[in-house]
Ligand binder design. Structure first.
Ligand code: ATP
Length: 313
């Protein structure tokens, strides 16, 4: 696999405090890499090191196969678009005037500028002053500024921060489209739900350390989805299963409602196939009718919770 961003043992200390520790980042070419972690876990610090805005205390960074150093910085940054912290742009100028500055400074063509504006769907807002933009529009303008030079890699630090659900959806759609167009996107967030479904790969940071890094599929495959059992006497079933030998010590057995089926279903976490067979046999032996046994669809929130239960965050 080709990695557009690769770090080895990347570390940053402030005084005697390690803020990023021994990070081996691997961002595959063509991926949308969701860089997740709670506030203060070191995401921004890492992204700033990738962009050579701050210097690592130890370790190395390779971008597009080249080491990122003070010497190579200029050449590499020509291929990287970024949005770090607050959206850029002069608020007393219009969107168009801001883009004209980007065009001149980076020596771009008007076609490149138009394409970037089109990609973020801001055509109709270009004559408005940026101070009158919503936060979502400001973020989109910031992304347009980053996109105009047609980068191979886009690094976005919390682009959905502070946006309403519609704004978050727009950014998600935009990231998806960019990825389809061949741009590799690295995007950070402290909220899993904002990256769920958009990211093809995930890196999860906790206290400056990577606690998980892989493709989204591998993350899902590495954990067992909850089991949902719809049956005739759910309360009795819950009691029986909570004390059944097939249920592992770390499992939780709860009563729950599901969108299908009547009021209550028994949900069991961390139950493998052998445990499932045993649980069904236990219920049938006790004259409980089992109508339906299925795995619950997993989302990242559940997986994140599982990871953190395993001593992560
Ligand atoms: N210049 C600095 N000097 C000292 N400590 C710093 C500095 N910059 C960041 N830190 C500390 O490093 C830790 C990681 O910060 P960082 O901004 O990288 O986290 P983050 O995961 O991006 O979180 P957030 O989403 O809140 O920005 C924090 O505890 C922060 O206070």
């Amino acid at each position: 696999m080709t990695y557009l961003v690769e770090t080895d043992q990347l570390s940053k200390n402030y005084g005697d405090r390690a803020v990023v520790e021994n990070l081996d980042l691997r961002v595959p070419a063509g991926s949308v890499y969701g860089f997740l972690g709670p506030n203060g876990s070191g995401k921004s610090t890492t992204m700033k090191m990738l962009l050579n805005l701050i210097q690592p205390s130890a370790g190395s960074i390779n971008i597009m196969g080249q080491p990122m150093t003070r010497g190579t910085r200029r050449g590499l940054l020509g291929h990287i678009g970024s949005l770090i912290e607050n959206p850029p742009g002069y608020s007393h100028l219009t969107g168009r005037e801001n883009m004209a500055i980007v065009e001149r400074l980076s020596d771009l063509s008007s076609l490149q500028i138009d394409r970037a504006i089109h990609a973020v769907k801001l055509e109709k807002q270009m004559d408005k002053k940026v101070k009158n933009y919503s936060l979502g529009m400001k973020q989109r303008l910031g992304i347009a500024m980053a996109l105009a030079k047609e980068p191979s890699l886009l690094i976005l630090d919390e682009p959905t921060n502070g946006l309403d659900p519609a704004g978050i959806d727009e950014i998600r759609g935009l990231l998806h489209d960019l990825s389809q167009a061949g741009v590799t996107v690295m995007v950070s967030s402290h909220l899993l739900g904002e990256i769920d479904k958009t990211a093809t790969h995930l890196g999860i940071l906790s206290n400056g350390r990577m606690i998980f890094q892989s493709s989204r599929e591998e993350l899902f495959a590495s954990t067992i989805p909850n089991l949902l059992v719809r049956c005739s006497q759910p309360r009795k079933a819950r009691e029986l299963l909570a004390h059944s030998a097939g249920v592992q010590h770390s499992s939780e057995v709860q009563l729950t409602s599901t969108e299908s089926g009547p009021a209550e279903t028994v949900r069991i976490s961390n139950m493998d196939d052998a445990g499932t067979a045993q649980a069904v046999a236990t219920l049938v032996r006790q004259d409980i009718d089992v109508f339906d046994v299925r795995r619950e669809e997993q989302n990242l929130e559940d997986l994140f919770r599982n990871l953190t239960h395993q001593g992560g965050l």
